[in-house]
Design a protein around this ligand. Structure first.
Ligand SMILES: NC(=O)c1ccc[n+]([C@@H]2O[C@H](COP(=O)([O-])OP(=O)(O)OC[C@H]3O[C@@H](n4cnc5c(N)ncnc54)[C@H](O)[C@@H]3O)[C@@H](O)[C@H]2O)c1
Ligand SMILES: [Zn+2]
Length: 377
């Protein structure tokens, strides 16, 4: 007897970009979580966000009380918990345990909500806890960094770092919704604000030459943190990530190609080699520069295109070099770790031109080393 049924599950992403999400006149957030009564919510706020937005819990409670039926069912419960912000959130199981304990204590059922407010790391760590509690409660992500808005919050996965390896632990899990409030971007440091544009450059290089031109020509205003110029780029990048996940045919990464991870094999390795001192956004910028040099070294990409990409990253104030790159033997171990993480055949996405890419199934370590030397200051 052999039984091999195939079945499909229909999933939906809900993404909203807004400003002042908890203003009583703003209906976007309430519309996402209202519908049926007797649902509960617990929010987890990134400690870095909490420090600069200490009244967020009150704003959320007032908003839900005024606009949502949710507010009526949680008056005695602590609505907001602060969790470790930054990569620390992913380097231990603590945030996940905090989410599990709170979902238990607050009676969060599978139709109730866990709200994660923070950078990509907090979204990943809280999302992991939310995916485990009752085998998955509804997760609303509220990204508060550039990178979380233009990439991380759109993903359908979560993760923790373990055994010195980035995202070794995690699950695929589609969030209930994403509500991005651009007001959060105003409290980021310049470095945090800019590093998220590396993911916008990445997706533009892969899929949208016009977006690349736009980032290139708007780089000065982006560096000056002009949100009128920056937000359309952030939203376009988010949309391209979202479209790839929703319509690319492989949301749970069962196939070999992982184009959204262009530049990421070296990025992930550099992050772990630095003890997560290098931010993900900065590491991705270096990883993109390295792979573009590699593509020139293997005659896949024209020198002119690589120079443009590297100049664009630098114009955004992003790094294209780190002294750890010089530890090439250790760096190239990241290639095998990347293959293990993907499973199956070795597969690395490389640019063929700005807007077009190709999959490689092997990389020459000597050309990687030469590419490192080409980037050295
Ligand atoms: N799940 C996915 O699909 C996916 C995709 C891309 C990236 N990621 C992950 O996202 C993480 C990187 O996220 P990130 O770049 O947002 O960095 P981050 O989450 O590490 O946050 C950086 C710092 O900014 C602080 N912060 C957050 N919001 C703030 C605000 N509004 N004002 C002031 N400070 C604030 C945080 O406390 C932290 O110290 C990485 O772990 C990466 O692996 C996940
Ligand atoms: Zn990334």
């Amino acid at each position: 007897m052999q039984l091999d049924p195939k079945f499909h599950v229909s999933l939906q992403h809900r993404v909203r970009f807004t400003r002042d999400a908890f203003h009583p006149d703003n209906s976007a957030f309430a519309a996402i979580c209202d519908g049926e009564p007797n649902r509960r919510m617990i929010a987890f706020v990134d400690s870095g966000v909490h420090a600069l937005h200490p009244d967020l819990g009150d704003q959320l409670a007032n908003y839900l009380g005024a606009r949502s039926r949710l507010g009526e069912v949680v008056p005695d419960l602590k609505l907001v918990e602060v969790v470790a912000g930054g990569e620390d959130a992913k380097n231990s199981i603590d945030v996940c345990e905090q989410v599990l304990a709170a979902t238990d204590r607050c009676g969060i059922d599978r139709k109730s909500f866990v709200l994660a407010i923070g950078g990509g790391a907090v979204l990943d760590a809280v999302g992991f806890g939310a995916a485990l509690a009752h085998r998955g409660v509804r997760l609303i992500r509220m990204p508060t960094t550039t990178l979380a808005m233009d990439d991380a919050a759109m993903g359908v996965k979560n993760g923790l770092n373990k055994f010195g390896k980035k995202n070794f632990v995690g699950t695929f899990s589609v969030p209930w919704a994403v509500v991005a409030d651009e007001r959060f971007l105003t409290t980021l440091s310049d470095g945090q604000f800019l590093c998220g544009f590396s993911e916008a450059v990445k997706i533009a290089c892969l899929k949208d030459p016009a977006l690349f031109d736009q980032i290139e020509s708007d780089s000065k205003q982006i560096v000056q943190r002009d949100l009128a110029v920056s937000m359309p780029i952030i939203i376009r990048s988010a949309r391209l990530h979202l479209d790839h996940i929703a319509t690319g045919g492989d949301p749970f990464e069962l196939q070999e190609a992982r184009p959204l991870d262009f530049g990421h094999w070296a990025a992930h390795k550099l992050e772990s080699m630095s003890g997560y001192e290098i931010s993900h956004g900065d590491a991705v910028s270096i990883g993109i520069a390295l792979d573009c040099e590699y593509a020139v070294g293997t005659k896949i990409l024209a020198r002119r295109d690589t120079d443009r990409v590297i100049a664009c990253l630098r114009a955004l104030g992003l790094p294209t070099w780190h002294p750890l790159l010089a530890q090439t033997d250790q760096l190239v171990r990241g290639l095998e770790e990347f293959r293990e993480h993907l499973g199956g055949r070795f597969n690395i996405t490389m640019l063929r031109s700005i807007g077009d890419s190709v999959e490689l199934h092997q990389m020459d370590h000597k050309i990687v080393a030469a590419s490192v030397r080409a980037l050295a200051p």
